[in-house]
Design a protein around this ligand. Structure first.
Ligand code: COI
Length: 356
């Protein structure tokens, strides 16, 4: 790993009142940058004052969308340590996305070190208030000016950070979700498993329509038959049906969520094994009609655990657990946030200490 050059900001910003934090509205004092060229490989790691980037209008990311990103969080413990949650999983997935988008691989341990260094420089930005954290957004985009369609020969890997509160205005309160029947997010062989900007761009229209109708998000069905459940706009999804916990299997068009993976591990260890399988929306509707749909919740880095109180599919409205937060969702939320902020023991070794 090349040494990181650090240029400190001389105009530090005023930090926001933590009780007013939303998701992704304010940014810290510094950002991390790393360049790639086909001649030099990844080079020149640096931490610089947060600010605008200058790009050639022909930069390939603007035209052909070669862009991938990640999302992870850092937390401040009561004894003032700074912890990051499972950054190794994000570094690993970043390379999975890179591979799919023909972006050059990064050294995963160097990625973790770069992020640790940035969090360390801006450590005063990690909020303390319960329910808040420092959201870290690593991303890579093609910078080579070229209008020919091919893999770019120049990229930038950047990391920015934002102190955040809850992703949904509902917080841990249940959200209403629309099951999308017209548009699709991904197909097998496409980019559904990669965390690439284009997946989100193509989902925005459905999300805007759902928002207009009073829903927090959309639940995507498979791209071929429009029958099988995939994931929600910004989270993976779990259901408890007649005592069994199920979640869609990773079939190539679903994102392999870090929180999804953590939830499966926790539930298995609590004696509540999760079945990863193909789940049809018809099955969910049937379970709801028979009074067997006991809980539904989404999982994601930004969303943490988000209970689903209502699902709307075509002309059907399914209310889940009387629209209240379920027992499992609550316990998972408390356990995951407890491990993340150091109030519960980290028996899985998921936390990485940034600063003591
Ligand atoms: C995350 O949970 O970190 C995400 O990337 C989801 C999102 C805010 C797009």
């Amino acid at each position: 790993m090349n040494e990181i050059r650090i240029e400190r900001s001389t105009a530090l910003k005023q930090k926001p009142d933590p009780s007013t934090l939303e998701f992704g509205k304010v940014y810290t004092d510094h950002m991390f940058l790393l360049d790639y060229s086909s001649e030099q490989g990844w080079h020149d790691p640096r931490i610089v004052p947060y600010g605008p980037l200058t790009l050639d209008p022909a930069a390939m990311v603007f035209h052909y969308g070669q862009a991938v990103f990640e999302g992870l969080k850092a937390f401040r413990t009561k004894d003032n340590r700074i912890l990051m949650f499972r950054p190794d999983k994000n570094a690993e997935r970043l390379n999975v996305s890179n591979e799919r988008l023909s972006i050059p691989q990064l050294d995963e341990s160097a990625v973790i070190e770069y992020i640790k260094a940035l969090v360390s420089v801006d450590r005063d930005w990690v909020p303390t208030l319960e329910g808040t954290s420092l959201y870290i957004r690593p991303f890579i985009f093609a910078t080579e000016p070229c209008l020919g369609v091919r893999a770019a020969k120049q990229y930038v890997f950047a990391v920015i950070m934002s102190p955040v509160g809850a992703y949904y205005k509902e917080g841990i309160h249940p959200v209403k979700i629309n099951v999308e029947s017209q548009y699709v997010r991904a197909v097998r062989g496409g980019t559904g498993f990669a965390k690439t900007a284009g997946n989100y761009a193509s989902g925005i229209k459905a999300q805007e329509e759902a928002k207009h109708d009073g829903y927090a998000q959309v639940l995507w069905l498979d791209g071929k038959e429009h029958k099988y459940i995939e994931e929600v706009g910004s989270m993976n999804i779990f259901f408890k049906i007649g005592g069994e916990i199920v979640t869609p299997a990773l079939n190539g068009s679903i994102l392999a969520g870090v929180t999804r993976n953590s939830v499966i591990r926790l539930l298995n260890d609590w004696g509540l094994p999760v079945t990863e399988k193909t789940i049809s929306i018809e099955e969910i509707h049937q379970a709801s009609a028979e009074g067997k749909l006991e809980e539904a919740f989404g999982t994601g880095t930004a969303a943490v655990i988000s209970p689903v109180g209502q699902l709307h599919w075509q002309e059907h409205t399914m209310t889940i657990n009387g629209g209240e937060t379920g027992e499992i969702a609550r316990k998972l939320y408390e356990t995951i946030t407890g491990i993340q902020n150091g109030t519960l023991p980290d028996s899985y070794g998921w936390n990485v200490v940034v600063a003591e």
